[in-house]
Structure formats: structure tokens, C-alpha cells
Design a protein around this ligand. Structure first.
Ligand SMILES: [Zn+2]
Length: 535
């Protein structure tokens, strides 16, 4: 009985751990490595386990760094099932299809880049074979267009013609669609058979809709082994979702191995309560200037929290009732999934909305923008409004067009509500915005590049923290010390080295047995609780 750690060991992405019970090989999560395109691509291409030997899989939640390689798993020899909660199963219909689309576009972009490199070589007469001037001109003309304007057939035709390697996507939308047939959704706190004498039970993790702590119970040769995998741990007191579970069923309290995340193992978050009042101030200030509020937001979780808080502010009449547009097909679809799972909401949400017969994610001023022409029309709308659009870090998607048409206007506000990774447009806006805000500082207006063109950043940049979906160090600890669990050993994953080490240290001081597995590392389980049954 052991668990091997294949991803999110010493890092925060690519979650994948394998439980080997001797009779079954059960995968916890099958996440994509995310980060710099080239590095992640290489890591994602290698599937470290023989897929035909994996008997079943348990999925903690629908975020791509936990679910994104499911189409790779199901594409080659896997004959088991992917077992998860019902909301997660519903959300995957959209998340995996969107991921397939991103994989296809990424491959297209890389093919475009290889073609462009080839053109530069041509200009320097650095290739072996002859290319006519007409062809050269054709390629030049094509490369004047931006990557996103190019069609895949043209690129492939030219690549073939010039014998260049064609990069294929990690998986296509069609492969993503096929993987959906392997996924089964179950209710929370209900034991599901996942192997020989082995069950899994899901408890609310409070991280995003559907996210779960998975408790696997294996009964073997008269002994019982129990493993708790947290996936990502949520926060306490956030709007919409129930808090992470602290009271587990009596029969699940003894845990031989807990595998817990540690993204914020050494950090504290701002208090959750601030969000409404800060959002109110940003909206009132911007509307007073007759500007619009542009919010880059993650489609799953962040967007629905924003809608929920805006709905409350609008109901209470605390801000002018200007229109709110959600302009991201993925965010709109995920919001629909939220609407279909009221069983996942906390008591406050029930009181504030459901008891009044209201859907928290629908109100008279909100509109979900569907088509591209509608979206483009919205970029031309000069009356004050709020627009929530993806991608969250401004790397792609419709948000780029809202920024392109909105950044020059000093009446507008760009409101950042999420973590912005290094080397993203979102991070650049955050940094330039902070520089601009320094009191008494005069100088040139900062410029930013969007879709290949440069624009002055006149719009105000505001940042609201406290939206993180991950528990901070106190919240992580609460699952261990504040719950009714009795835990023998704790494996710490899903954290940068310093975060995991600090969290491990802290727990050790409190007397817990902790271990930080290395990539490829293994933890063996011993169960001594039950003596072997002698017939
Ligand atoms: Zn997550």
C-alpha cells in the first residue's frame, strides 16, 4: 500500500498522485502543468504511468491543473472510470472542451512561430533548398498578419511544402469530448466503490464549486487503511460556497495518510469581509467619472463571486444600477453550472437569495454576452457599465479587446481581482498601475502592448485582494487541528518549496508526522489499528 507523487510535488501545478493498494492502482487527479508554454508542453507530453494499468481515477475539482490531462489519460488504454462530484462532472463538460480549444490554438501559434523563424532564415539565405520570390512574398504577406488571424490550413500547407515539423496539440477538442464519457458524478458524503474492497467518499473542500476532499478506505487482510486527499483547500467565510469540512463522519475520522496542499503554507490572506465595500467604492468612483469598470476574471469561481457581490450591491441600492456584462462563453457556462447546484451553497446564500426565490447569478442588470459581434459591439459602448471577461491574467480571450478599447480612457477603471503570474499582461498592468498611483509622481503615461499594438494606460488600475480560492496557512491548519480527524501522517504537496517547508515545520512543532514528497517519491502506508481477523 503506497502513494507515488508524479506532479505538484515541490510545485503548484500538474497534480497527479497514484495510490497502489496491491490490487488496484487509483489515480488522484490528472492535472496539466501550467506556466511557460515551452516548458509545460514538454512536461505535459510525458505521461509518467502506464495508462492501461490505472484501474480508476478520483478527481478533486475541475481546475485544469488538476483535471487537464484527463483526455490524455482516457486517450490511451485506460479502461476505468473518472469518479468525482456532480458539480465537477458538470463543469468538466465546459472546462475540458475549453482546454482542448486552448491546446489547438497553442499548437497553431507554435506552428506559426516556426514558420516565422523559417522566413527569417529565408531572408538571410540560410536554407538548403530554393524558394521562389513569389513564394517568399506570399509568406511575408502572411506573416504581416497577427498569429490569431491566421488559419491553420494555410500554416500547415506551407509547413509541409517547406518540410518543417508540424506541432500537434496535446489533445484536440474532439479528444476532450470523448474523455467526457469516462466521467461519473456522485453526491457528497456517499461511499462509492472505486476498487476491490475500496470506497471513496467526498466531503466539501470549499475551494470552488464541486471541489472535494476525497477519503479512500481500503479494507485488506483484516486491516483498514484510510487516505484523505484534500485537492485544493478553500477558504472559510467566503460568499456562495459552504466552508471546508471540519466534521467528518465517525467512521472516517482515523486517517493513516493525509495528502494536503500548501499553496499558501506560509502566507496570510486579507480578510474576506472587505470585498463588498471595496467593490462598492470602485464602482461608485468610476461611475461618478462616467467611466466603465473592466474586470479581467477567471471563468470558474472568481466570476461567480463577483456576480454574487454585485447582485447584493445592486439589490441594496448601494451603487448606481449600470449594466453588468459577463463577456466570456466559458464563464457564462460555468455560471449556469453554479445555478444548477444550489445544494452546494452556504446558509447565507440560501437566506439572501434562494428563500426569496432568486437565483444569485441572475438579476435584471446582468447580461451574458454570447457571440463575437455582440462582444465587439460592447467594446464600442461608451456609456458606463461593468464588464467581466476572461482570461483572468489577460493572456488571451475577449478581455484583450475590452482593454484595447478601454485603457486609454482615464475615466475607466481596470479592476484586478486575481493573482497575476509573472510575464503576463495582467502582471504588467498591475505593475504599471501601481507605479502610476504613487502620489506626487509626474512623468510620462505608461504604455502597454495589447495584441501587437501599443496603447497609453490612462485608465485607473485598482486591485482587490481576498478573492483567492486557496486557504491561507491558518485555514490549511484548521483542517488538521480544528477538525475531528485523527491523523497519523501528513504528506505535503502543491506548494513552492518555501511554502511547503514552512507549513511542514509548523505542523512538526505541533507534534505531527509530516513529509514533503519529491517528484516521483513514494509514501508507504502502515495500518495497525485493526488486528488481522483470524477465522
Ligand atoms: Zn484549484
Amino acid at each position: 500500500m503506497d502513494v507515488t507523487f508524479y506532479g505538484a510535488a515541490g510545485e503548484v501545478t500538474g497534480s497527479m498522485h497514484l495510490l497502489d493498494t496491491g490490487t488496484d492502482r487509483i489515480l488522484f487527479d490528472c492535472g496539466m502543468f501550467q506556466g511557460r508554454r515551452k516548458v509545460s508542453r514538454e512536461k505535459n507530453k510525458i505521461f509518467p504511468i502506464d495508462r492501461s494499468k490505472i484501474t480508476n481515477m478520483i478527481l478533486s475539482h475541475a481546475h485544469i491543473d488538476h483535471s487537464g490531462r484527463i483526455p490524455v489519460l482516457t486517450g490511451d488504454g485506460f479502461a476505468g472510470r473518472v469518479v468525482t462530484t456532480r458539480p465537477t462532472a458538470d463543469a468538466l463538460n465546459y472546462m475540458l472542451m475549453d482546454s482542448g480549444h486552448i491546446q489547438e490554438s497553442d499548437a497553431q501559434y507554435l506552428n506559426y512561430k516556426s514558420l516565422r523563424t523559417f522566413l527569417h532564415k529565408l531572408e538571410q539565405n540560410n536554407v538548403n533548398h530554393k524558394v521562389s520570390n513569389k513564394e517568399k512574398n506570399n509568406i511575408k504577406k502572411m506573416l504581416k498578419k497577427n498569429a490569431y488571424e491566421l488559419n491553420i490550413e494555410t500554416i500547415h500547407k506551407l509547413q509541409k511544402q517547406h518540410e518543417l515539423d508540424i506541432i500537434t496539440p496535446l489533445y484536440t477538442m474532439e479528444e476532450a469530448r470523448r474523455s467526457l464519457d469516462f466521467i461519473d458524478g456522485y453526491p457528497f458524503q456517499y461511499p462509492v466503490t472505486i476498487g476491490e474492497n475500496t470506497t471513496v467518499k467526498f466531503y466539501v473542500a470549499g475551494h470552488i464549486l464541486g471541489s472535494a476532499f476525497s477519503i479512500v478506505t481500503v479494507r485488506k487482510e483484516g486491516k483498514t487503511y484510510r487516505i484523505l486527499y484534500t485537492g485544493d483547500v478553500g477558504r472559510f467565510g467566503k460568499p456562495i460556497l459552504k466552508d471546508p469540512t471540519l466534521a467528518f463522519d465517525e467512521e472516517d475520522r482515523d486517517i493513516d495518510l493525509m495528502i494536503i496542499e500548501s499553496t499558501y503554507g506560509d502566507r496570510e490572506h486579507e480578510p474576506v469581509e472587505d470585498l463588498g465595500s471595496r467593490l462598492k467604492k470602485v464602482l461608485n468612483d468610476t461611475f461618478e467619472r462616467k467611466g466603465s469598470v473592466i474586470i479581467p476574471s477567471f471563468a470558474y469561481g472568481r466570476t461567480q463571486e463577483l456576480i454574487y457581490i454585485l447582485h447584493e450591491l445592486y439589490d441594496k441600492g448601494e451603487v448606481p444600477r449600470r449594466p453588468v456584462y459577463v463577456d466570456s462563453p466559458l464563464a457564462s457556462n460555468i455560471t449556469k453550472v453554479f445555478g444548477e447546484h444550489p445544494e452546494a451553497y452556504d446558509n447565507e446564500t440560501h437566506k439572501a437569495f434562494l428563500e426569496k426565490g432568486e437565483n444569485p447569478f441572475q438579476f435584471d442588470k446582468i447580461r451574458f454576452v454570447q457571440t463575437v459581434p455582440e462582444s465587439m459591439q460592447l467594446t464600442q459602448d461608451s456609456s458606463s457599465h461593468v464588464v467581466i471577461s476572461a482570461s483572468g491574467m489577460c493572456e488571451a480571450g475577449r478581455i484583450l479587446h475590452h482593454l484595447r478599447y478601454g485603457v486609454h480612457n482615464s475615466n475607466n477603471t481596470i479592476l484586478l481581482v486575481g493573482y497575476m503570474a509573472e510575464h503576463t499582461l495582467g502582471r504588467r498592468i498591475q505593475e504599471l498601475g501601481a507605479r502610476d498611483a504613487r502620489p506626487g509622481e509626474k512623468g510620462e503615461v505608461p504604455e502597454i502592448k495589447i495584441l501587437g499594438k501599443t496603447y497609453p494606460l490612462n485608465a485607473k488600475v485598482e486591485k482587490i485582494g481576498g478573492f483567492s480560492a486557496h486557504g491561507d496557512k491558518h485555514e490549511l491548519e484548521k483542517i488538521i487541528t480544528g477538525s475531528n480527524l485523527r491523523i497519523k501522517k501528513i504528506g505535503i504537496v502543491h506548494g513552492e518549496e518555501s511554502q511547503s517547508a514552512a507549513f511542514a515545520n509548523h505542523l512538526q512543532q505541533k507534534g505531527y508526522d509530516t513529509i514533503i514528497p519529491k517528484p516521483g517519491g513514494k509514501i508507504s502506508l502502515q495500518s495497525n489499528r485493526h488486528k488481522p481477523v483470524i477465522p
